[in-house]
Ligand binder design. Structure first.
Ligand code: HCA
Ligand code: CU
Length: 376
C-alpha cells in the first residue's frame, strides 16, 4: 500500500466497450467532473484512433473540469497512425497496449515475440518523440503470457522510456494469489510504476486489484459499476470504498459514489441491485431481530462502516423476521412503552400482515395498539 499512486478510471474507454454503451458528450463531461471531485488520479478518456473525432475536444474540455491533480489519459494500440492521432489530442498520458500472450500474438495478430519486442519499443519512442509527456505500456493478456516474456517486454518498455507498465488480466482468470505472484515478479524486474487492469469474469476483479496493491502495484484500473467487456472490470465504487473505509485512505470522497453510479447506470441502461456493494439502495435495510439487536447495541456489530460515509441511512423493517425484543427496543427509542400484553399483540399483528413495515408504520400500529393518539 505504501507505493500506491492512484486509480485510473476507464469508464470512458473500457466501459464504453460494453455492449450497447455509448455516452453523450454531456454524460462524458459530467462523469469527468464527478470523478475528479471524488479524487480519482487518472481518467482514461477513450481509444485514440482516427475516427474517434470527439476526443480532441473531450481532452480539452476535461482539462478545464478535472483540475490539476487528475491526469487525463488515452489508450491506443501500437499503431503509428493511432499514436499520431493520440498526440494531436494532447493527453497527459498515453497507454499503449500490446498483447504478450502467445495466443494473442500468434493467433490474433499473426505476429511473433520479436515483433512485440520491436513494436513496443518503437511505439513508446514514437509517442515520446511526438511530445506526449507520459507513456505507459499495457501488457494485454499478461496473466496468460509466459512470465519470462512478460517481464522481458516490461523491461523493454522501461528502457524505451515508459513511466508505467500495466499488467492486464484480460479474461479475468487470476486469483488474488496468482496476481500477487505476477506483480511481485514484475516488481523485481522493473523500477518503473506497475499498474493492474483486472477483469471480473470470475467475480475476482476487485479482490485481485486489492491483492495487487498489497503486492506492491502502484496503480489500478477500475470502471464505474465495473462496466466493460463481458463481466467487466474492477468496480471503482468497490475499490474506492475499500481503500477509504477499510484502509483509511483519505484521498477519496465516498459520499459521491452512489450518485455517480446512479448516473452511469442510467446512461448505460443498467439497474443497480439493492445489495450492490457500497452503493446499493438496501445495504443498510435490516429486517432480522438478531441484527437489529446488534445494531441497537453498537452499529459496528453488523455494519462495516457508518452508512453516512456513502450518503446512506439505516432503515429498519419489522415483520416475520423480527422478534419482540427488537420491536420493544425500537418503540422505546421513540418514547413508546407498551405493556407486555400490548407488545405481544402488536408483534403478532405485525407478523400477520404478510409484509414488513417500516419504522413509521410500526409506530402508528403501536399507537393504535396502545390507544394513543398517532403519531405518538
Ligand atoms: C481489451 C484490452 C484491454 C487492455 C488493457 C491495457 C485488456 O481487452 O480491450 O491496455 O492495459 O483488458 O486487455 O482492456
Ligand atoms: Cu480490459
Amino acid at each position: 500500500m505504501n507505493t500506491f499512486a492512484g486509480i485510473i478510471d476507464s469508464t470512458l474507454r473500457e466501459g464504453e466497450q460494453a455492449p450497447g454503451v455509448r455516452f453523450s458528450r454531456q454524460q462524458r463531461t459530467a462523469l469527468v467532473r464527478t470523478l475528479a471531485r471524488i479524487g480519482v488520479e487518472e481518467i482514461e478518456l477513450g481509444i485514440a484512433a482516427p475516427g474517434y473525432n470527439h476526443l480532441p475536444d473531450l481532452v480539452s474540455e476535461a482539462r478545464q473540469l478535472a483540475g490539476e491533480r487528475c491526469r487525463l489519459g488515452l489508450w491506443s494500440r501500437c499503431r503509428p497512425e493511432d499514436i499520431r492521432f493520440a498526440a494531436r489530442c494532447r493527453p497527459d498520458v498515453l497507454s499503449l497496449s500490446v498483447p504478450v500472450s502467445d495466443l494473442h500474438i500468434s493467433q490474433r495478430l499473426q505476429k511473433d515475440r520479436a515483433w512485440v519486442r520491436e513494436t513496443v519499443a518503437a511505439s513508446i519512442r514514437q509517442a515520446l518523440d511526438l511530445g506526449i509527456p507520459r507513456v505507459a505500456a499495457g501488457l494485454e493478456d499478461g496473466s496468460r503470457a509466459d512470465p519470462e516474456f512478460l517481464v522481458q517486454v516490461a523491461g523493454i518498455a522501461e528502457q524505451a522510456g515508459a513511466f508505467r507498465v500495466r499488467l492486464a488480466d484480460t479474461v479475468g482468470i487470476c486469483s488474488p494469489a496468482a496476481i500477487t505472484a505476477l506483480v511481485r515478479r514484475l516488481g523485481n524486474s522493473v523500477r518503473i510504476a506497475i499498474g493492474v487492469h483486472c477483469h471480473n469474469d470470475f467475480g475476482m476483479a476487485t479482490a485481485n486489484s486489492v491483492a495487487a496493491l498489497e503486492a506492491g502495484a502502484d496503480w489500478l484500473d477500475a470502471t464505474v459499476l465495473g462496466i466493460g467487456e463481458r463481466a467487466g472490470n474492477c468496480r471503482l465504487e468497490e475499490v474506492i470504498g475499500f481503500l477509504a473505509l477499510q484502509r483509511d485512505c483519505s484521498r477519496y470522497r465516498t459520499d459521491l459514489l452512489p450518485g455517480l453510479c446512479r448516473r452511469v447506470a442510467a446512461a448505460a441502461g443498467m439497474t443497480i441491485a439493492g445489495n450492490h456493494p457500497l452503493v446499493g439502495s438496501s445495504l443498510f435495510t435490516c429486517e432480522t431481530g438478531l441484527h437489529q439487536h446488534g445494531l441497537a447495541v453498537n452499529p459496528m456489530t453488523y455494519e462495516p462502516y457508518d452508512p453516512c460515509r456513502v450518503g446512506a441511512r439505516r432503515q429498519l423493517l419489522f415483520g416475520l423476521k423480527t422478534g419482540t425484543r427488537a420491536i420493544h427496543l425500537q418503540l422505546a427509542r421513540r418514547g413508546v412503552n407498551l405493556s407486555e400484553q400490548q407488545l405481544r399483540r402488536l408483534v403478532s399483528s405485525v407478523r400477520a400482515l404478510g409484509e414488513s413495515v417500516d419504522e413509521e408504520q410500526l409506530l402508528r400500529l403501536a399507537c393504535r395498539q396502545a390507544e394513543l393518539p398517532p403519531p405518538c
